[in-house]
Design a protein around this ligand. Structure first.
Ligand SMILES: O=C[C@H](O)[C@H](O)[C@H](O)COP(=O)(O)O
Length: 252
């Protein structure tokens, strides 16, 4: 599984804190990335100890880890279909977490019409954001797990945008039109681009400081050829931040 910056001990504290919020009988969205992996491993320990849960993986990698941990899995369509149990909570990492400020705006991706300030996220460093957004948005509660290196008053990292392969030049042009600079994500250990679990490509789009994440989310969602983007606005309920000495839990 991909790892990123930040101390692994802090990521582990965050993951374990979120895993502790899972109750017997829950259906749990299993996020992707090095921080969510700690939550999945702790859930695996709890399953070993007799906890009855079912996981809904957000990627090939999180499914592999869940299988390794003997966590029974459900596919998303079965979990949220008419006869499905739904998803009680999702636990997922983030590449950047807004700690506050920004315009109060709403748009595509926001849950309800709550004003947006802190808690907006950039996700997709592992190119898993399309399925992550489906699972995280479907959950009754979405717990973000992070270390302090992810926190920022304003979002300013590049926004991953998953695109249909045939749409990549048209989407890139539309992103430039919207003030962004798109870069096709290239694979590190193969010649050529990163191909997502869904068979698509990723454009990492630099917009500088993002003052109005919901407005930008709506703009990106409206571009033909965009499958999903990594701005998660109005979705997070709690942020579990692992620190040097423990865990801080913030309401989003
Ligand atoms: O596509 C990947 C996901 O959005 C990850 O949750 C995100 O990149 C954070 O990963 P990590 O916990 O490894 O920093």
């Amino acid at each position: 599984m991909k790892t990123s910056g930040g101390s692994d001990a802090m990521k582990r504290r965050a993951g374990e804190s979120a895993a502790a919020a899972v109750s017997d009988g829950d259906v749990v969205g299993l996020g992707t990335g090095s921080t969510a992996a700690h939550a999945i491993r702790r859930l695996g320990d709890r399953v070993d100890a007799g906890l009855d849960v079912r996981g809904v993986p957000t990627s090939f990698a999180s499914r592999e880890l869940a299988v390794e941990e003997a966590i029974p899995c459900l596919d998303l369509p079965d979990a949220v279909g008419p006869d499905g149990p739904g998803i009680d909570l999702a636990i997922d990492g983030a590449d950047q977490v807004a700690t506050g400020g920004g315009e109060e705006d709403t748009g595509s991706g926001a849950r309800g019409d709550a004003p947006v300030s802190g808690g907006a996220l950039i996700k997709g460093g592992g190119a898993a954001h399309a399925r992550e957004k489906l699972v995280d948005a479907a959950a009754d509660r979405f717990l973000v797990v992070a270390d302090p290196s992810k926190e920022s008053p304003r979002l300013d990292r590049s926004v991953p945008v998953e695109v249909l392969p045939a749409g990549r030049t048209a989407v890139a042009a539309a992103v430039r039109e919207a003030g962004g600079e798109p870069t096709l994500r290239r694979a590190e250990r193969k010649d050529g681009p990163v191909v997502t679990d869904n068979g698509n490509l990723v454009l990492d789009c630099a917009f500088g400081e993002i003052d109005a994440p919901a407005s930008l989310a709506a703009t990106l969602s409206s571009i033909p050829g965009v499958v999903e983007h990594g701005l998660f606005v109005g979705l997070a309920d709690e942020i579990h931040v692992g620190t040097e000495s423990g865990v801080r839990v913030d309401e989003a």
